[in-house]
Design a protein around this ligand. Structure first.
Ligand code: FES
Length: 116
């Protein structure tokens, strides 16, 4: 059965500048009752689950490293936020979502991004 939430775009901010990113380039937001981690690296946005797939670390408390990888604050596993791959090699997968900056605001969809 299809999930209507999956294909709906939710406006999360009027602009990227309005989002309160921490010094590590991450922010936690709530969208339609669901908490997500969003991040910005080199003007690229990403959105993913709030918690790390390893042991539930709150990803918005981590940071984005110089290569653009999302680093979990608990055990420092690294993920490519563009496709969810666990690039430090522990075999976990981070669910990431679509996010777009448009003329009238920033939008998130719960449609997961394909693994590339
Ligand atoms: S909880 Fe994220 S690396 Fe362990």
């Amino acid at each position: 059965m299809s999930n209507p939430q999956k294909h709906t775009w939710y406006k999360i901010a009027e602009s990227v500048a309005e989002i309160d990113f921490n010094s590590g380039g991450l922010a936690e937001i709530e969208v339609n009752g669901k908490k997500l981690c969003i991040g910005k690296h080199n003007e690229q946005l990403f959105a993913c689950t709030q918690k790390c797939p390893h042991a539930g670390g709150i990803l918005a408390d981590g940071y984005i490293d110089a290569l653009g990888n999302l680093v979990c604050p608990l055990h420092r596993y690294k993920f490519n936020p563009a496709n969810g791959r666990n690039i430090s090699g522990e075999g976990y997968f981070l669910k990431s979502f679509r996010i777009e900056s448009r003329e009238d605001g920033v939008y998130v969809s719960f449609e997961t991004k394909p693994v590339i």
